[in-house]
Design a binder for this molecule. Structure first.
Ligand code: S3P
Length: 428
């Protein structure tokens, strides 16, 4: 599918962002292992999360939509051996977190994915699961797991700050013998830990980079109203920041500190962002906020070190922001971008150059010169939703028309992206 973007003057109005993808995946997976029924309100109806629900249903979970926004989930009393492979579609979170659930049960499962997922690294989760006693074959999908209900707890040093590795290992640890610990080089998103704590499962802690669980913990069914996704609303936040007449009110946004690196960048760049008082849902802080076009020139910024995992999915659109900021923006320590739904360093740099920006790439990041008047062009998003949306935002601020191929991928995380954009547009 091709998306055509014409320049506009701004975005104005109020929006409730799509629900958080990471939280929806976890709500479904936690509901699948709860003792009792759960009600999930406002889950993300994107393709990635639907893959998670469909895979869980193949192993005995049942669900019923009570209305358009609420699903009741009944866990299987005993997980059943699926009769077919599990198709995780484009979703790395589905495959990696689900692996932890499967590895700790007497199941023999093959997981597959689409062309993009089929070349993404799985050794990173295979390694801790093998150490725990599961049999895992396939360093890239298809991933074949022969699980066991007699896993042993491990003390695992993760080589990368990845919430997917951490969550996979902790989920397996919930059914392993003894304690399972994960240490990461810097803190990745901590939704799994917060959800466990909110559900009454004692979390073991040793500083903020080392967490653990004790095998055998159980919890009951729960209710969870999934708040908005900062990684999705980031596209609208950056659009508001680079278009001259914008004022966006954003409602019910999840502002977990392990995900809010974009606020640090906006502060450094001089973009106004006013946050209301926070409230809490199932251990997750939630707020409303306002983002507006700045009066002053925007300043370049640096993304490196522990900031990287706090905004890893926002980097493509923050690179677009960098083209509109005064000076050189440097992004480093972000090698992980090369193994996301696409090689996001190469695709971002290539697309921005085609639009007239000056970009240098490194193995772990890039340097971007600004400000530059972008020129509309043809972009191939390589079926990566965040690349498609980042270049749609670039197109809004460019001269002439931008066409984006591979835009059907947007449905994985933000099905209403185009209609929301049209609804909030201030015409040029
Ligand atoms: C996710 C964690 C991140 C992120 C992905 C979702 C999660 O991946 O990029 O979109 O839900 O745990 P890593 O943890 O591998 O960095």
């Amino acid at each position: 599918m091709t998306l055509t973007i014409d320049p506009i003057k701004g975005l104005r109005g109020a929006m409730r962002p799509p629900s958080d993808k990471s939280l929806t995946h976890r709500a479904y997976m936690f509901a699948a292992i709860a003792k009792g029924d759960s009600l999930v309100q406002n889950p993300l109806r994107g393709e990635d999360c639907e893959s998670t629900l469909a895979c869980l249903a193949q192993m005995g979970l049942t669900f019923e939509w009570l209305n358009e926004t609420t699903v009741r989930i009944r866990p299987a009393a005993e997980w059943t051996q699926p009769t077919d492979h599990l198709d995780c579609g484009n979703s790395g979170t589905t495959m990696r977190l689900m692996s932890g659930l499967i590895a700790s049960r007497d199941l023999d499962v093959t997981m597959i994915g689409d062309a993009s997922l089929s070349i993404r690294p799985m050794k990173r989760i295979a390694e801790p699961l093998r150490l725990m006693g599961a049999t895992v074959e396939g360093d890239t999908p298809p991933l074949h797991i022969k699980g066991s209900s007699h896993l042993k707890g491990i003390d695992y040093q993760s080589p990368v700050a990845s919430a997917q590795i951490k969550s996979c290992t902790l989920l397996a640890g919930l059914r392993a013998e003894g304690e399972t610990w994960v240490t990461e080089p810097s803190l990745s998103r901590d939704h799994t830990e917060r959800m466990l704590t909110a559900l009454g499962v004692p979390l073991l802690r040793d500083g903020d980079k080392r967490v653990g669980v004790t095998g055998g913990a159980e919890f009951g069914g729960f209710e969870f109203d999934v708040p908005g996704d900062i990684s999705s609303v980031a596209f609208f936040m950056v659009a508001a920041a680079i278009l001259p007449t914008s004022r966006l009110e954003i409602k019910d946004l999840s502002v977990n500190p392990s995900r809010t690196g974009i606020f640090d960048v906006f502060l450094e760049a001089g973009i106004p962002c006013i946050l209301e008082e926070e409230r809490e849902v199932l251990g997750e802080p939630v707020t409303d906020l306002v983002v507006a076009s700045p009066f002053e020139k925007k300043r370049s910024f640096e993304i490196s070190g522990p900031l990287v995992p706090r905004l890893i999915d926002e980097i493509p659109v923050l690179a677009v922001l960098a083209t509109q900021c005064q000076g050189t923006t440097v992004i480093k320590d972000a090698r992980e971008l090369r193994v996301k739904e696409s090689d996001r360093i190469e695709l971002v740099a290539d697309g921005l150059r085609r639009m007239g920006a000056s970009v240098e790439t490194f193995e772990d990041g890039m340097a971007i010169e600004g400000p530059v008047k972008l020129q509309g062009t043809y972009i191939d998003a390589h079926h990566d939703h965040r690349i498609a949306m980042a270049f749609a935002v670039a197109g809004l601020a460019a001269e002439g028309q931008t066409t984006i191929d591979g835009a059907e991928s947007i449905a994985t995380s933000f099905p209403s992206f185009e209609s929301e954009l049209r609804r909030l547009t201030v015409e040029g």
